[in-house]
Design a protein around this ligand. Structure first.
Ligand code: CTP
Ligand code: MG
Length: 220
């Protein structure tokens, strides 16, 4: 396949607080990771690599027949690097959080199209709706605001994040690189990152509240 989707799913889901790691939590009869993989549009013709905690490799292989499953690392970036190593020689690599199982097909297609049209790094993003304050902590007291940040200049980014093979390999070449997203590593080495419109359905399941919303959307 010319496109490979790497799905980091090796986190523990500490903030979600469920008894099993986040990707293995039930979402109305199917696990989050199953729904995430099923939701990748077939039209992409993509191969898929799923990165899971080492002790859940067999379970993941049972849930996801035909999908390459490998063990992740202690940090998200390490898990992504494990995925890259298993991605074969696809020319376009997408990195997609397992925690965003309802991402619409349109977002995948827009990201891939933008990479194909010559952008080395492409990220879905949505406007920020809250007013944002920068703060300092005050020992023993309330946090104090130092300034208000102009939200018109800010975007909240989602996944899948798409890269030419070369761009993603260079972004992750320094094996000590840690960031909460892959575009962050690309930016650091001077690769231009471009945005396509994200979608509310690409929301990340992080907290119990998020899981409640996503379960409501799927409908039990
Ligand atoms: N991830 C991963 N390997 C890690 C840490 C995270 O593959 N060592 C993955 C998660 O499985 C998730 C995505 O990266 O699909 C985004 O991470 P996050 O939402 O922070 O998930 P968790 O790390 O599992 O959650 P928490 O931080 O609350 O423990
Ligand atoms: Mg995490």
């Amino acid at each position: 396949a010319d496109v490979c989707v790497i799905i980091p799913a090796a986190g523990s889901g500490t903030r979600l607080g469920e008894p099993v790691p986040k990707a293995f939590v039930d979402l109305c009869g199917r696990t989050i990771i199953e729904r995430c993989v099923e939701n990748i549009p077939a039209a992409l013709g993509a191969s898929v690599v799923v990165v899971v905690p080492a002790d859940l490799i067999e379970r993941a292989r049972m849930l996801l027949p035909g999908v390459r499953v490998v063990a992740g690392g202690a940090h998200r970036s390490e898990s992504v690097r494990a995925g890259i190593s298993a991605a074969g020689d696809a020319g376009i690599l997408l990195v997609h959080d397992a925690a965003r199982p309802l991402t619409p097909a349109r977002v995948f297609v827009d990201v891939v199209d933008a990479v194909r049209s010559g952008h080395p790094a492409v990220v879905p993003a949505i406007p920020v709706v809250d007013t944002l304050k920068q703060v300092v902590s005050v020992p023993g007291g309330l946090e104090r605001v130092t300034r208000t940040i102009d939200r018109d200049e800010l975007r909240a980014v989602q996944t899948p994040q798409g890269f030419t093979r070369d761009a993603l390999l260079r972004a992750h070449a320094d094996a000590s690189g840690l960031a909460t997203d892959d575009a962050g590593l690309a930016e650091r080495i001077g690769i231009d990152v471009h945005l396509v419109p994200g979608d509310p359905l690409a929301m990340k399941i992080t907290t119990p509240w998020d899981l409640r919303i996503v379960r409501d959307v799927v409908g039990r």
